[in-house]
Design a protein around this ligand. Structure first.
Ligand code: ADP
Ligand code: MG
Length: 634
C-alpha cells in the first residue's frame, strides 16, 4: 500500500482538539495509557495463541520496552503483542468504536480542572500521547502476518493521519512520541522509571528499560544495550494466598500506605459472581493525623485488570471505614472509569458492600478471637478508630447490628477507664429485673463518672456505660436498642428502675414527695424562668439536686455540643430534680418564698446542678456572689 492520507472521524478530531488544547495537569498519564495498550496487546496475543501457537513466531516471551532518544526527542513504547494490520490501524487509531463519547466530551468541555486524567473517561487512551507529542508514529505488524505486511501510521494529531506499508521483521507495535517543545522533562530515564513504577508496577508483564551507565565524556548517564525490568511485574494480589508470606503482605502494605508500622490485620480474597474482583484490604495500627476530616478520601487504590486507575477511590468504601488501606482490582469496570462513574456504578456498589462485609469480618475475628493477643489488637484498633467506626451506626443501617457488637465503652463496672466493655458484656451482667441498658453522656470521663445522676445506680449496683466521644450523641440517635434491650440515658425522664425498686422504697418516696409539695411549688415559682419543672427524685443519694431533660428532649450534653459547633440548639428548659433527704434541700422547707435567702438557695441549687453535669453558667459572677453571701451569713 502506498502512502495514504486519511481524515480522522469527527469525534476523534474533537477529542484531539481537547487533548492538545485543554489538558495541562497530570500529563504523565500518557505513559500509563500506552503501556496499558501494550500490555493489552500482549494479552490478546496470548489469547489468540491458545488456538494458534504459531502466532508466537518462536518469541514467546512477551514484554513491553520503553526507551528514549534525547537527540531526536522521541520516546518509544514497544511491545511484541498482537500488532495491527493496515485495516486495523486505520479503524482502531482513526475512529472511536465506543458509544457515549459525545457525552463525556461535553463534560470535559465544561470542566475547569483540565486534568489529563479525564482522558480516561473517553476510553481513548491512545490519543493521550498527543498531550506531550506533536507527532505520533506507530509501526506495527500483526502476529502471523509476513514482514512485508508491516504498517506505519503517523499523525500530528490534527485533522488527518497517514498510513503506508512497511517491512517490519518483528511482530508487535512501536508507538513513537515526538515530543513537543517544552516537554523535554520526559527525556529522562529516572522520570520515565518513576512514572512506570507509579502506574504500572502491577501490570503482570515486565516493562523493560535500557540499563544506564555513567559516561565520563558526556558527563551524563547513557543507555547501554542491556535491559532491566523496571516494574514489579507481579501484582501481589493476583497471586494465590498460599504463595504469599506474611512478610510480603506487610511489605506491600508499607509500600502502598507509607506507614512504617505493620498493619493490625488484612484480608485477601478473590470474589466471583455477578461482580468479579480481588480485594486486599488492611486495617492500620495507627490513625493518621487527618482521621477526623470526613472529606478525606479513602485509602483504597482502584485497579482494573491490574492497571492502576486511581488512588483514594472513596466510592469503594463507606466513609466510616475511611481508615482502611489496600487495593481493589476489578475485572468488570472499564479501564477508563472516572470518579463520577464510580459513584453511579452498580458494580462499584457491589464491591463496596462486599468489601464492607470483609472489613467487619476482619474486625470481628480480632474482637472475638480466643487468642488474647488478637483481642489486644482489637483494643488497639478501638482506641485508634473506635470513634470513626461509631459513625457507621448511623450511616450503615444494613450493618448496624454487626457494628453494635463491635462497639466498646467505658463503664462504671470496668476496672480502668479505657473503652473496653461491649454491649454484650453489659447485657450478660444485667441485674435480675433490669430491662434497660443505662448510659450517661458527658464531655469528659470524670464528669461522667462523678455525675450526681449515677448515685442511685451506684447504690443499687447497676452498671452504667460512660460515653464521652463527640460522636456518641449522634450515634445514640440511631441506636435504640441492643439484643432487644432499649438504651436508656440516666439523665433523661424520671428514674424508673421498675422492678429494681422495692415496694417499700416506692411508698416512702411517694410520701416524701407529697410532704415536700409546698416547697416544690415555691421552687417552681422562683425558678420559673430557668426550669420547666421541679420535682423530687430518688435518683440522688449524696447530691442535693441534678438537671434532667424530658424523655423526648435533646440532652443538655448534645445541646452544648451543637452550640460549640456554632449550630442552633433548641432553647428548651431542663427539669430540676431535688433530693429531699439532703440537708441543703431540707433547709428550704423552713423558709418562706419571696424571702431572699430562699431565692438565693434555690438559684444556687440550680446552678450547682448545672455545673455538676458539665454545663456552663450564664452568669457565673452572680453565682459566685450568691455563694459568698451564703458563706458569710453562715
Ligand atoms: P482502548 O485501549 O480503551 O481500546 P485506546 O485508545 O487506548 O482505547 O486504543 C484504541 C485501540 O487501538 C485499542 O483498542 C487497540 O485495538 C489499538 N491499539 C492501541 N495500541 C495498541 C498496541 N500497542 N498494539 C495493538 N493494538 C493497539
Ligand atoms: Mg487503551
Amino acid at each position: 500500500m502506498d502512502k495514504q492520507t486519511l481524515s480522522f472521524q469527527a469525534e476523534v478530531k474533537q477529542i484531539l482538539h481537547l487533548v492538545t488544547h485543554s489538558l495541562y495537569s497530570n500529563k504523565e498519564i500518557f505513559l500509563r495509557e500506552l503501556v496499558s495498550n501494550a500490555s493489552d496487546a500482549c494479552d490478546k496475543l496470548r489469547f489468540e495463541a491458545l488456538d494458534k501457537p504459531e502466532l508466537f513466531e518462536d518469541a514467546p516471551n512477551l514484554d513491553v520496552r520503553v526507551f528514549y532518544d534525547a537527540e531526536a526527542k522521541t520516546i518509544t513504547i514497544r511491545d511484541n503483542g498482537i500488532g495491527m494490520s493496515a485495516d486495523e490501524a486505520v479503524a482502531h487509531l482513526g475512529t472511536i468504536a465506543k458509544s457515549g463519547t459525545r457525552e463525556f466530551m461535553n463534560k470535559l468541555e465544561g470542566d475547569q480542572k483540565k486534568d489529563a486524567n479525564l482522558i480516561g473517561q473517553f476510553g481513548v487512551g491512545f490519543y493521550s500521547g498527543f498531550i506531550v507529542a506533536d507527532r505520533m508514529t506507530v509501526e506495527t505488524r500483526r502476529a502471523g502476518a509476513s514482514p512485508e505486511e508491516g504498517v506505519r501510521w503517523s499523525s500530528e494529531g490534527t485533522g488527518d493521519f497517514e498510513v503506508e506499508t512497511i517491512t517490519r521483521a518483528e511482530r508487535g507495535t512501536d508507538v513513537i512520541l515526538h515530543l513537543r517543545e517544552g516537554e523535554e522533562e520526559f527525556l529522562s530515564a529516572w522520570k520515565l522509571k518513576s512514572i512506570i513504577s507509579k502506574y504500572s508496577d502491577h501490570i503482570s508483564l515486565p516493562v523493560l528499560m535500557p540499563k544506564t551507565k555513567w559516561d565520563d565524556e558526556k558527563k551524563d548517564t547513557v543507555a547501554t544495550d542491556e535491559w532491566e525490568t523496571v516494574n514489579k511485574a507481579a501484582a501481589l494480589w493476583t497471586r494465590s494466598k498460599s504463595d504469599i508470606t506474611d512478610q510480603q503482605y506487610q511489605d506491600f502494605y508499607k509500600q502502598i500506605s507509607y506507614d512504617q508500622e505493620a498493619p493490625l490485620a488484612y484480608t485477601h480474597n478473590r470474589v466471583e459472581g455477578r461482580s468479579e474482583y480481588t480485594q486486599l484490604l488492611y486495617v492500620p495500627a495507627k490513625a493518621p493525623m487527618d482521621m477526623w476530616n470526613r472529606d478525606k478520601r479513602g485509602g483504597v487504590k482502584l485497579y482494573v485488570k491490574r492497571v492502576f486507575i486511581m488512588d483514594d477511590a472513596e466510592a469503594l468504601m463507606p466513609v466510616y471505614l475511611r481508615f482502611v488501606k489496600g487495593v481493589i482490582d476489578s475485572a468488570d469496570l472499564p479501564l477508563n472509569v472516572s470518579r463520577e462513574l464510580l459513584q453511579e456504578s452498580r458494580d462499584v456498589k457491589a464491591i463496596r458492600e462486599g468489601s464492607t462485609k470483609r472489613v467487619l469480618g476482619m474486625l470481628e475475628s480480632l474482637a472475638d478471637s480466643d487468642d488474647a493477643e488478637e483481642r489486644e489488637k482489637y483494643a488497639r484498633f478501638w482506641s485508634e478508630f473506635g470513634a470513626v467506626l461509631k459513625e457507621g451506626i448511623g450511616e450503615d443501617h444494613a450493618n448496624q447490628e454487626r457494628l453494635a457488637k463491635l462497639l466498646r465503652f467505658a463503664s462504671t463496672a470496668a476496672a480502668d477507664s479505657s473503652q473496653s466493655v461491649s454491649l454484650a458484656d453489659y447485657v450478660k451482667r444485667m441485674k435480675e429485673g433490669q430491662e434497660e441498658i443505662f448510659y450517661i453522656t458527658a464531655d469528659t470521663l470524670s464528669a461522667a463518672k462523678n455525675s450526681p445522676q449515677l448515685e442511685i445506680f451506684r447504690k443499687k449496683g447497676l452498671e452504667v456505660l460512660l460515653l464521652t466521644d463527640r460522636v456518641d450523641e449522634w450515634m445514640l440517635s440511631h441506636l435504640y436498642e441492643f439484643d432487644g434491650k432499649p438504651l436508656q440515658s440516666v439523665a433523661k425522664g424520671g428514674v424508673d428502675l421498675g422492678k429494681l425498686q422495692d415496694e417499700e422504697e416506692k411508698k416512702q418516696a411517694e410520701a416524701t414527695a407529697e410532704a415536700f409539695k409546698p416547697v416544690l411549688d415555691k421552687l417552681k415559682e422562683t425558678l420559673k424562668d430557668r426550669a420547666k419543672d421541679v420535682r423530687t427524685t430518688t435518683r440522688l443519694v449524696d447530691s442535693p439536686a441534678c438537671i434532667v431533660v424530658d424523655e423526648g428532649d435533646m440532652s443538655s450534653h448534645l445541646a452544648r455540643l451543637l452550640k460549640q459547633s456554632g449550630q442552633a440548639a433548641p432553647a428548651g428548659k431542663p427539669i430540676l430534680e431535688v433530693n429531699p433527704e439532703h440537708a441543703l434541700v431540707k433547709r428550704l422547707d423552713g423558709m418562706e418564698n419571696g424571702n431572699s435567702s430562699f431565692d438565693e438557695l434555690a438559684h444556687i441549687l440550680f446552678d450547682q446542678a448545672l455545673l455538676a453535669e458539665g454545663g456552663q453558667l450564664e452568669d457565673p459572677a452572680a453565682y459566685v456572689a450568691r455563694v459568698n453571701r451564703l458563706l458569710t451569713a453562715a
